[in-house]
Ligand binder design. Structure first.
Ligand code: GRF
Length: 233
């Protein structure tokens, strides 16, 4: 099996990045992590990636136009010979040319059940709307933010006692399971983007936390946040 080379773009702590790196350690996972790129030198995830033996590069976005930053990013991604690019808490908007160039190979995770609660503070938005079910989405990236074709989603019940933090912790645990599964679907050709839509191939559907995902893929290590979530009443 030839494994797809994946570059992960981060701006912060990189817990989703860690979940992807851990999943890719399994020899039957269809992708390998070629490197991690951050637009901020102070991103905590950089040290985490390096400690896990993954190459890291900083492509500063500060003081750069969106176009100039995208051009440097493209160079760094080409240097890592990436087949797929995963945004994992990447806080810089990407320019349209970049997004179009990587169409079908560029995916993102957003902590809401899209198309609900796009943009910032999705947990706050969910609580304000009074929804009983919230969750996370992995989608293809298109020029319009948080609007690309959906690959996979995971539902998380909203508890009456929830505040933004408690809900966010449980959604983040779901993200850590969903993102590796969604990346595996793309890397193994079980989903692709065609005509502005996600097109799904033949695969065994199974349920986890309400998400429809592909046949078995490895689970990331249980993170501190997950054990924290289990303690949440
Ligand atoms: C996650 O909630 C992700 O869905 C959103 O930004 C957050 C990044 O967290 N896009 P981390 O850096 O992966 O821990």
């Amino acid at each position: 099996m030839s494994r797809k080379r994946v570059v992960i773009l981060i701006s912060g702590r990189g817990s989703n990045m860690s979940a992807l790196i851990e999943a890719a350690k399994s020899p039957d996972y269809p992708a390998e992590i070629a490197g991690v790129i951050s637009n901020r030198a102070d991103a905590k995830g950089l040290a985490v990636a390096a400690a896990k033996g993954v190459a890291t590069v900083v492509v500063e976005s500060k003081g750069q136009t969106r176009e100039a930053h995208a051009a440097q990013l493209e160079k760094a991604i080409a240097g890592m010979k990436a087949d797929i690019v995963c945004l994992a808490g990447y806080m810089r908007l990407l320019d349209e040319k970049f997004v179009k160039r990587f169409e079908g190979r560029l995916i993102n995770i957003h902590p809401s059940l899209l198309p609900l609660f796009k943009g910032t503070h999705p947990h706050q938005q969910a609580l304000a709307a009074g929804v009983r079910v919230h969750g996370c989405t992995v989608h293809f990236v298109t020029p319009e933010v948080d609007s690309g074709p959906i690959i996979a989603q995971s539902a998380v019940p909203v508890r009456l006692s929830d505040d933004e933090d408690s809900l966010g912790i449980r959604v983040l645990s779901a993200e850590h399971r969903l993102y590796p599964d969604a990346l595996a679907m793309l890397a193994s050709g079980k989903v692709r983007m065609e005509g502005g839509k996600a097109v799904f191939g033949d695969f065994i559907e199974r349920e986890h936390d309400g998400a429809t995902v592909s046949s078995p893929s490895p689970r990331p290590e249980v993170t501190d946040l997950e054990s924290l979530a289990r303690r949440t009443p």
